[in-house]
Design a protein around this ligand. Structure first.
Ligand SMILES: [Zn+2]
Length: 275
């Protein structure tokens, strides 16, 4: 590219990627047309809400802070994980959360419940779908508007995701469920696709796949938002999120914290601009 400054080259390669391989999220009208056609064929939801968890992942909010617009409570489907992560049994955690969620509801602040270890635990291994269902039901029952089912260790597969969701969906409507997948074993996108096919349309992700749980050793970050959007765009599903802008944000954040992106889409685009 001769003497094009590197910042400009960088933009050109994103632009080229988007022009040649994707449609851009800005053209929502066009996106909806594609979504309608595709979802009629596949039974997938037309709209997928992406919840950016980023570096907050693995943190707990146990008090309702002044000015909060939403609070989260982080429960677990594994007794050992609960004890190590939040220093109490599952039952004790539910009692604490009940108070937190109650006071949030008094202030009209929505509460989101997380269930860690929904597809496996770093200490206990297998977690039964029944246990996940039981904990999710408690969180939903105490007033959490949405339950995010977290594959904290990333050991899940489309098979275990399907079995777990089949069980949870008997007790909680799919409209109140989200999935939260880590890519430790390279299964995150396959697991998310399985969840979408089962009617879930809220997915947690983190820009550049950063973040991770400090209590789950070896767990890599959440599925990268860039990779998730790339897949959803390819399925013709509308997210209202612009991949180009997310890639720019990811690039900026990675440079700022001096980390390499975990997003395959960002890596491919980066390699493309080196060629
Ligand atoms: Zn997580």
């Amino acid at each position: 590219m001769g003497n094009v400054p590197s910042a400009v080259k960088h933009c050109l390669s994103y632009q080229q990627l988007l022009r040649e391989h994707l449609w851009i999220g800005d053209s929502v009208a066009g996106a909806l047309d594609t979504a309608q056609e595709t979802s009629q064929l596949s039974g997938l939801p037309e709209y997928v809400k992406i919840v950016e968890v980023g570096p907050r992942d693995g943190l707990q909010n146990e008090k309702v802070a002044a000015g909060a617009t939403e609070i989260s409570v982080f429960g677990a489907a594994s007794e050992s994980f609960s004890k190590r992560n939040i220093n109490c049994s599952i039952e004790e955690s539910m009692e604490k959360f009940e108070e937190v969620v109650k006071s949030a509801r008094h202030m009209n602040i929505p509460a989101r419940g997380y269930v860690s270890c929904a597809l496996g635990c770093p200490y206990e291994g297998n977690i039964t779908p029944q246990k996940v269902t039981e904990v999710s039901k408690k969180l939903y029952g105490m007033g959490c508007y949405e339950i995010s089912l977290g594959d904290t260790t990333g050991v899940g597969t489309p098979g275990s995701m399907k079995r777990m969701l089949e069980s949870v969906m008997k007790e909680i409507p799919s409209s109140a469920l989200a999935v939260h997948c880590h890519d430790t074993y390279g299964q995150a996108l396959a697991n998310i696709l399985t969840a979408l096919q089962m009617g879930i349309n809220v997915v947690d992700s983190a820009v550049s796949g950063l973040g991770g749980c400090p209590y789950a050793k070896g767990a890599s970050g959440n599925v990268a938002t860039e990779d998730l959007i790339y897949m959803l765009n390819g399925l013709g599903l509308n997210t209202g999120v612009n991949l180009y802008k997310v890639m720019e944000a990811g690039d900026f954040i990675c440079k700022a914290v001096n980390k390499t992106t975990n997003s395959k889409v960002a890596q491919a685009s980066f390699n493309a601009r080196l060629e």
